[in-house]
Design a binder for this molecule. Structure first.
Ligand SMILES: CC(C)(COP(=O)(O)OP(=O)(O)OC[C@H]1O[C@@H](n2cnc3c(N)ncnc32)[C@H](O)[C@@H]1OP(=O)(O)O)[C@@H](O)C(=O)NCCC(=O)NCCS
Length: 328
């Protein structure tokens, strides 16, 4: 079995900024409420006509450039998204075409906010066995298109963006090794966070649009509790399996959903806040883009340094959650 490394990362966010102040003109809320309950100050919104694959394309281009690879070098593209360009075909096909990655097998995965970590885990198996060499994993979301802008409990939380990583085989002396991934799910909890309509169970109708059933619905308090519990457990399992202690971790990259969730995890794990990478204040929850957007920014700003042991932990609708260990 071959070892696997993160060859490079890239990310992209749309230019347009939507501040809490802007939101307070749309729904009954305030900057003070949003910051104190979530830590979010602003989020990005797509320009008119911009799509999931457009955001994915920009993030992927940047990752390819940093890796010194051409699109033809990619053997596989995994695009994690719950906001695809179209219902058919997969947005990975649009991304493939935009990149000119003609040698790649491509597909989408929908594991909501945990999609990127699931994508890395899939890529890892193909590279380990020698079946594939370079796999592009992307998380890209246009969350602002599926939010109910009348529901102040959800519309304040999410934003648009994309992050990407190219995974490839590692030699023994290589840096940036992806050491492990750990995936978990519990389908019984789907009612807490979902979009009721638009699938075969409840097709779109005028009534559906009237009720807002084509948009995100969430029971915030319950999701909050599950997110904290699940991300703590995924962190502990990753550490236990690697025979590590929490004090061995240099950098913690949690899913950027809510600063209070991150604070609760850091408290329960007894992990110092200064080692936790946070950018939820600038982008809100970008779902599948959250982890790769944070990872790329942490690399670019040297928050992550050579030799650092990184614990990544994710959580989202499904519910699906997971963790990954990386030696940078
Ligand atoms: C959504 C969330 C911020 C709400 O915070 P909360 O402390 O749980 O707040 P509650 O839902 O209990 O609401 C408390 C009050 O604030 C009000 N409120 C909700 N959203 C508000 C907003 N944007 N502005 C002002 N008031 C708001 C509620 O109506 C409620 O008022 P009431 O007491 O008069 O009924 C929080 O539950 C959360 O972040 N959950 C996790 C969501 C998440 O991360 N989802 C994605 C996971 S991948």
């Amino acid at each position: 079995m071959r070892n696997v490394k993160i060859v490079s990362t890239g990310s992209y966010v749309p230019q347009k900024i939507l501040t809490n102040q802007d939101l307070s003109k749309r729904v009954e809320t305030s900057d003070e409420w949003i910051v104190s309950r979530t830590g979010i100050r602003e989020r990005r919104v797509i320009a008119k006509g911009q799509t999931c694959s457009d955001l994915a394309f920009e993030a992927s281009k940047s990752a390819l450039q940093k890796a010194g690879l051409s699109p033809e070098d990619l053997d596989m593209i995994i695009l994690a998204t719950l906001t695809p360009d179209k219902r058919l075909p997969a947005s990975a096909n649009f991304l493939q075409e935009k990149l000119g990655a003609k040698n790649a097998a491509v597909f989408d995965i929908n594991v909501a906010c945990s999609g990127f970590v699931y994508g890395m885990s899939i890529a890892m198996q193909y590279i380990r066995t020698g079946e594939m060499k370079h796999v592009l994993v992307v998380g890209a979301e246009v969350m602002t298109e599926i939010l109910n802008w009348k529901d102040r409990g959800t519309c304040i939380l999410f934003g648009d963006g994309a992050g990407a990583a190219i995974l490839g085989p590692a030699e023994a002396s290589d840096e940036h090794e992806l050491l492990s991934t750990h995936l978990f799910s519990n389908g019984a909890l789907w009612p807490l966070l979902n979009i009721p309509a638009g699938g075969t169970e409840m097709p779109w109708t005028a009534e559906v649009f009237e009720r807002g059933d084509h948009l995100v619905q969430m029971k915030g308090k319950e999701v909050f509790k599950e997110a904290v519990k699940s991300m703590i457990s995924a962190s502990e399992i990753a550490l236990r399996k690697a025979n590590l202690k929490i004090s061995d971790i240099d950098v913690f990259i949690p899913h950027q959903a809510n600063l209070r969730i991150i604070d609760a995890i850091s408290k329960r794990l007894d992990f110092p806040k200064e080692k936790i990478f946070v950018n939820v204040d600038k982008y809100g929850n970008t779902s599948a883009a959250s982890i790769p957007l944070a990872l790329d920014e942490a690399v670019r700003t040297s928050f992550i340094k050579k030799g650092n042991l990184i614990l990544i932990v994710t959580f989202g609708a499904g519910f699906a959650w997971g963790s990954a260990l990386v030696k940078w």
